[in-house]
Design a protein around this ligand. Structure first.
Ligand code: ADP
Length: 617
């Protein structure tokens, strides 16, 4: 077999990668220095992996050398290099990891940003796993020399100017690890200055877990912050660590330090971010908690530490109760893990509840960003359900928009004779406020929760009752009236016959027509049968399943309304007058419109015009 020596393989980036690079290279950055944070963070990952391999796969990794990162700069020639002795990369790794966009959805998102004319900033770089490519902010051409830790690996040299292609060639490289080098662009020449590099490391990478050397001098602290006593951790340190861990550019909203000894032993440093990452409900991009065993990282983003509904927190958990070589299968089933997890959940929920009690602004910020996820816990975590229920907040019809009210507060202001906790769900508050079903409650000054988060229709009704009070949608047919309104409605024969006519006209559209006890200003309203689904829920079901057919609704008629009185008079004179049918259909479709369920329909406008012509004759 002929020996292929020093062959240079050329590769073309996939189209999406080209677009991404184009965006990075031609965008404006406010903080170009993040490239350094990204490179250090990648080097730390590679070092963590090799340390883990050394501990778990005996004999695979020679462990005689200190695991470290070395940065070299030359201010005269404006060059920069960063080297690690981590796991390195094979040729396949280079193609798979460096040549492609790691996360689906990244590109869509980036295009959106571009269309909206926003700047593609440094937070996004971290969030979307395009870290390595941030070097193209400061250079025109990058070289990677790398050799994998795996036995028999060869060295490779990767080169690209970030345009359309890259090359890979085999090289002689004696040591395991990766070295990334480049010449800085004129306007980024600062990063070839020692003081500048030091400054950036202090800002972003003080908490790197491996020593970073610059001119043979260690420039970072290498400190497992979570091992300090709680009182010794300053907010500044915590925030620095948070930023290092998450690539977030802002401080965290708050953090919780735990140090537990007893049936399980662990320390944890847990952060709540200020802002939810883009699209975080739909895409599970983000890492949550990293698992350490005695300061050594054993699992990045360990899914078994927290239930899904708490995945908005970030941080580290470090336990001495798990062996270093613990596999994913073991963490999934280990009693130690489930103990740690249940303690963490309780502590985090208590932490949030302390904000709810003592720092409403903070709690509201948290709630606006993350409640959609938190609420899903109601349907999964039955052990902590009551705690989650106490954390819920909603707007109500009696409070200002934006003001959030808990179930406890709602109950404490309930009317003496009020039977249930009421809610109405829909897309927007102003539409809900004009819903005729709210009229009776407004007249009686009874508060109604206005639910506008789509998640609410799945979660809120599932609470069923709170403080022994039933939770009820006011869209339902069987509303309770206050005692003073419970006088039996004296339906005379005339109104009975009118309702019968209405029933006949709408028999294909509604399940019934009944006299309303709740309407004040409106002539008619649509309600759901006692046992049917919440209309908002039906809407969601329809979005998810095109075949879903919603149940027919009940039309309630306000006999005290002037229009109905007029129709009743016409009805007495001529039971079959076409005006009755025309008006009723208009009323019915108007009610559908208010519900957001009126399909575009030319008859609506035509009929309306005819009625107006009659009125203006
Ligand atoms: P991310 O780090 O968010 O996955 P990057 O674009 O920064 O995205 O890096 C892509 C991948 O390239 C990494 O996941 C890793 O597999 C590989 N990589 C980058 N830098 C190194 C390094 N110094 N050593 C080994 N592998 C690396």
């Amino acid at each position: 077999m002929a020996k292929e020596k020093k062959t240079v393989h050329s590769y073309e980036y996939k189209a999406e990668m080209k677009q991404l690079l184009n965006l990075i290279i031609h965008s404006l950055y406010t903080h170009r220095e993040v490239f350094l944070r990204e490179l250090i963070s990648n080097a730390c990952d590679a070092l963590n992996k090799v340390r883990f391999a050394a501990l778990t796969q005996e004999g695979l990794v020679k462990n005689e050398e200190e695991l470290k990162i070395t940065i070299e700069v030359d201010s005269k020639n404006k060059t920069f290099s960063i080297e690690d002795n981590g796991i390195g990369m094979t040729e396949e790794d280079l193609v798979a990891n460096i040549g492609t966009v790691a996360r689906s959805g990244t590109l869509d998102f980036l295009n959106q940003i571009k269309e909206q004319g926003k700047s593609f900033d440094e937070n996004l770089i971290g969030q979307f796993g395009v870290g390595f490519y941030s070097v193209f902010m400061v250079t025109d051409e990058v070289t990677i020399e790398t050799k994998s830790y795996l036995p028999e690996s060869k060295g490779y040299l990767w080169k690209s100017s970030g345009e359309g292609t890259y090359t890979i060639e085999e090289i002689a490289k004696p040591n395991r690890g990766t070295k990334i080098s480049f010449k800085l662009k004129e306007d980024a020449a600062d990063y070839a200055q020692e003081y500048k590099v030091r400054e950036v490391i202090n800002k972003y990478s003080n908490y790197a877990e491996f020593p970073v050397y610059l001119k043979k001098e260690k420039v970072n602290q290498v400190l497992a912050l979570w091992h300090k006593p709680t009182s010794d951790i300053t907010a500044d340190e915590a925030n620095q660590f948070y930023k290092f861990l998450t690539n977030d550019n802002s401080d965290c909203l708050g953090y919780l330090h735990l140090s537990l000894e007893g049936s399980v032993n662990f320390k944890a440093l847990i952060f709540v971010p200020q802002k939810a990452p883009y699209d975080f409900l739909r895409v599970q991009n983000d890492s949550s908690l990293h698992l350490y065993s005695n300061k050594i990282l054993i699992q990045n983003d360990c899914k078994d530490l927290l239930p899904e509904y708490l995945r908005f927190v970030k941080g580290v958990v470090d336990t001495t109760d798990l062996p270093l070589n613990v596999s994913r299968e073991v963490t999934q089933n280990s009693p130690v893990m489930s103990k740690i997890s249940s303690i963490l959940v309780t502590k985090i929920l208590n932490f949030l509840s302390s904000w709810a009690d003592n720092d409403k602004d903070k709690y509201n910020t948290f709630y606006k960003n993350f409640s959609a996820l938190l609420k899903t816990g109601l349907n999964f975590d039955f052990v902590n359900r009551d705690k989650i229920i106490e954390l819920l907040r909603f707007e109500t019809s009696l409070d200002q928009p934006g003001q959030l009210v808990s179930l406890k507060e709602y109950v404490s202001t309930m009317k003496t004779d009020q039977k249930a906790i009421y809610y109405l769900s829909g897309d927007q508050r102003d539409v809900l406020e004009s819903n005729p079903n709210l009229e009776y409650f407004r007249k009686k000054n009874i508060s109604v929760f206005l639910l506008t988060d789509p998640v609410d229709v799945f979660t809120f009704p599932s609470i069923h009752e709170y403080d022994k009070k039933e939770i009820k949608s006011i869209d339902k047919a069987d509303i309770d009236l206050m005692p003073e309104d419970k006088i039996s409605l004296n339906e005379d024969n005339l109104s009975k016959s009118l309702i019968d006519t209405f029933r006949e006209i709408l028999k294909a559209d509604v399940s019934d027509v009944v006299v309303s006890k709740r309407l004040v200003d409106s002539a008619v309203t649509l309600v759901s049968g006692k046992d049917s689904m919440d209309p908002q829920m039906e809407k969601m079901m329809k979005i998810m399943n095109k075949e879903f057919t919603s149940s027919k609704r009940i039309l309630e008629v306000n006999l005290d309304h002037q229009l109905i009185k007029n129709l009743a008079a016409i009805h007495i004179a001529d039971k079959n007058s076409p005006v009755i049918g025309k008006c009723l259909r208009q009323l019915y479709e108007g009610a559908l419109f208010i519900d957001g369920n009126l399909k575009p329909n030319p008859d609506f406008v035509k009929r309306m015009t005819e009625i107006m012509v009659d009125a203006t004759k």
